[in-house]
Design a protein around this ligand. Structure first.
Ligand code: 13P
Length: 328
């Protein structure tokens, strides 16, 4: 039996076993003798929602998750506002939650148990090459390969490979050109502006969305921040046409700049720090008011409730600003 026949036979056996176990298999893919299963959940990839956002001149929020409370707050708000949503998971947050398999299983189960009907994608944020494969294996619906620190040739080669793998599994993929400034989970960037020609060549590799540095920074913006470079964004959008563009570092960008960025082709905006700040402020208020010492106020279901509500309020505010309400 040759390799192809052997793979086909193994695939047939595996499909039979998985169907017997009740899996709903839409995609099966073999890479180096490892099986990857896609489409086994209610979650969707980010392509359709972002193509619609680009055409409709609004943006879908990517809200990063850190734990169960974060996930629940974001899913419930998306459902309440009838908005599509992308749950971002950095490699650090994935590790914190004990691994991408835990995250994928938690989101899938929570989406079902809460009866969420709006489109939800699970997306790796700033993935390494290895991290992308881990998320593919874990059953994420979308990945970001951040090859921005690699020489452009290597970034292109790895992006190309991951585009083929992701698309064969029905997943969407984001690439990055021009480092995003600031620090997120150990990923440090200088906030440079991307070269529009490089953006065009990476967009042509078939990615579904493109993150391009336009002076944006992860975390809080410094008082002397120069603002977004709309000139760069405009040039990138002209070169990349219909490609949905991604704005990282959504925390603290003034509303008028967000609106202008959406006008110039931004269809996905990432927010992480702002939810962390609202959660921390609400939790601090609860503890400083001594509420953890009142009755059973120390119960995590009570102690974490104000923070969870604060995340909901932040997500709601962003979805309204981004224009994704009632776009599910
Ligand atoms: P902020 O933490 O600045 O909101 O950025 C989030 C982000 O870009 C995730 O990739």
């Amino acid at each position: 039996m040759n390799n192809a026949e052997n793979d086909a036979e193994q695939k047939t056996i595996l499909v039979a076993v998985l169907l017997h176990l009740g899996y709903n298999i839409q995609q099966l893919w073999i890479i180096n003798n490892t099986f990857y299963i896609g489409g086994n959940n209610m979650l969707v990839n980010a392509k359709d929602m972002l193509d619609k956002a680009k055409a409709g001149h609004y943006a879908v929020g990517q809200f990063n998750i850190n734990n169960l409370e974060w996930t629940k707050s974001i899913l419930l708000t998306a459902q309440e506002l009838n908005s599509p949503v992308i749950l971002g998971v950095s490699e650090g947050a994935g590790k914190y939650m004990t691994g991408f398999k835990t995250v994928a299983a938690m989101v899938k189960a929570m989406d079902e148990e809460l009866g969420i009907t709006v489109p939800v994608a699970t997306h790796l944020d700033h993935g390494t090459y290895e991290g992308c494969y881990k998320c593919i294996k874990a059953g994420f619906t979308s990945i970001m390969f951040d090859g921005s620190s690699l020489p452009i040739d290597e970034n292109v080669a790895k992006t190309k490979e991951l585009v083929a793998v992701a698309h064969n599994l029905g997943m969407s993929i984001e690439a990055e050109v021009g480092a995003i400034g600031g620090e997120e989970d150990g990923v440090v960037g200088q906030g440079e502006c991307a070269d529009p020609d490089e953006c065009k060549s990476v967009a042509d590799l078939g990615v579904d969305m493109l993150a391009a540095g336009i002076g944006n920074i992860h975390g809080k913006y410094p008082a002397n921040w120069a603002g977004l470079s709309f000139e760069t964004l405009d040039a990138i959008q002209k070169k990349t046409g219909k490609m949905p563009l991604v704005l990282h570092g959504g925390t603290g960008i003034p509303d008028d700049m967000i609106k202008k960025a959406i006008d110039l082709g931004v269809s996905k905006i990432n927010v992480n720090t702002e939810c962390q700040l609202s959660f921390a402020a609400a939790t601090r208020e609860y503890i400083e008011a001594g509420k953890d010492n009142e009755g059973k106020g120390y119960d995590p279901r009570k102690l974490l409730a104000p923070g969870a509500e604060a995340i909901k309020a932040t997500v709601k505010e962003k979805m309204e600003l981004f224009g994704s309400v009632n776009k599910a």
